[in-house]
Design a protein around this ligand. Structure first.
Ligand code: SF4
Length: 382
């Protein structure tokens, strides 16, 4: 790889050293002073950004010019950090990570490698020596998928983050050779999106105490958010949970589940397991399948099964991975249907929850909390 990387800072503003940047453009001033003076409309732009992020109205568009983009990004993140609101901060990190990933996918290899390096990820690129996977045939010729990017396995595992339990990104489904994971551009960019999200979360933490000179500025942010409706910087714990569940429900967070939305049958099995009772095969299977469909990671399910009196990590891991479709037939199983649960004595309800499968009851319960229609569960094979 000999081409020189050229990184457009407006697309990855978080990689810019803001102090150096301001010193070059506005010598002697700080970001706080620029906000106080609303220099170049920076405060107005930041407030617009915050409203859009809070209301989920953000798009992948960038504003005009590197200078405006970099400064408005830092002003936006500083003001959100000053609200002390973790939910809003996470939402902003998610937005900027997604937006940058949308740009990253269009970048040439030398830029991707350089951006990854700035994020602490060492990537190699080689088209000539890359593994190829046959995926189709066309006019008698085999069509291959190239895997020109590689990174050390330990880095892949470290940065795959929240999507580690997704079969598309989990390590067992990648090509591994000499301690490296070989992946295509789409997979790499998705992993780097996770890395950008974590990078932003590390960089911007909630600031509990607002500096006196910025109190009026922060008040303007609060007023703007109040006027926007449905948004209040002082979220109660409950409303934060609702937004979190919303993200979970929409599939934006993986590897997590909400126990309070579990139907009675699953709660009963889970309680028995936590008490150290020996579960039947049907109860174990349906609990594992349910948790995986609800978004739990393999590690989380494994952790729960450690309560089982006959727990054997190797066997339990194999069975959970098999249920998740990562082994054997590679089919991801649904939990038992309600009628099968009743027949197996696993349904504690006299009547019924008016669903055909416990996972549908879970989605319905989540949807009641977030006030949206449930999405169909994934296709079943059991
Ligand atoms: S009706 Fe279905 S979802 Fe409800 S408790 Fe029974 S098995 Fe579970």
């Amino acid at each position: 790889m000999s081409a020189i990387a050229f990184i457009d800072s407006s697309k990855y503003p978080f990689l810019v050293d803001i102090d150096e940047f301001i010193e070059k453009k506005w010598p002697g001033l700080s970001l706080v002073e620029l906000l106080l003076y609303n220099a170049a409309g920076i405060l107005d732009k930041a407030i617009d950004n915050i409203k859009a992020i809070a209301l989920g109205k953000t798009s992948l568009k960038h504003s005009e010019g590197t200078e405006s983009e970099v400064i408005s990004f830092y002003a936006t993140m500083l003001l959100i950090a000053l609200t002390g609101n973790k939910w809003l901060l996470d939402r902003a990190c998610l937005h900027y990570a997604k937006r940058s990933a949308g740009s990253l996918i269009k970048e040439p290899p030398e830029n991707i490698i350089s951006i990854a390096l700035a994020l602490g990820v060492s990537i190699s690129y080689s088209l000539s020596a890359s593994p190829r996977i046959p995926i189709n045939t066309r006019r008698g010729s085999v069509v291959y998928k190239e895997l020109p990017y590689s990174l050390p396995v330990e880095q892949y595992l470290k940065y795959v983050g929240r999507i580690a339990s997704d079969p598309k990104y989990c390590l067992v489904n990648q090509i591994i050779s000499s301690g490296k994971a070989y992946i295509d551009k789409e997979t790499l960019v998705r992993v780097l999106e996770e890395r950008m999200f974590e990078y932003l979360r590390e960089k911007f933490k909630p600031i509990e105490e607002c500096p006196i000179q910025l109190r009026d500025v922060l008040e303007k942010v609060r007023e703007a958010l109040d006027k926007a409706g449905n948004v209040n910087v002082e979220y109660s714990l409950k409303s934060k949970e609702v937004h979190y569940i919303n993200e979970l429900y929409l599939g934006r967070i993986s590897g997590k589940f909400i126990e309070t939305a579990f139907p009675p049958c699953i709660m009963k099995i889970l309680e028995s397991l936590k008490k150290g009772e020996n579960l039947s095969h049907g109860a174990r299977f349906t609990l594992a399948a349910f948790l995986i469909k609800a978004g739990a990671s393999i590690e989380e399910v494994l952790e729960l099964f450690k309560h089982s009196p006959d727990f054997n990590e190797k066997i339990a891991r194999y069975q959970i991975e098999h249920t998740a479709g990562l082994r054997g037939s590679r089919r991801s199983y649904m939990p038992y249907s309600c009628s099968k649960m009743k027949a197996a004595g696993l349904c504690p309800m006299e009547a019924s929850c008016n669903v055909k499968n416990p996972i549908v009851a879970y989605k319905r319960n989540l949807s009641k909390i977030v006030g949206e229609k449930p999405r169909s569960p994934a296709k079943t094979s059991k």
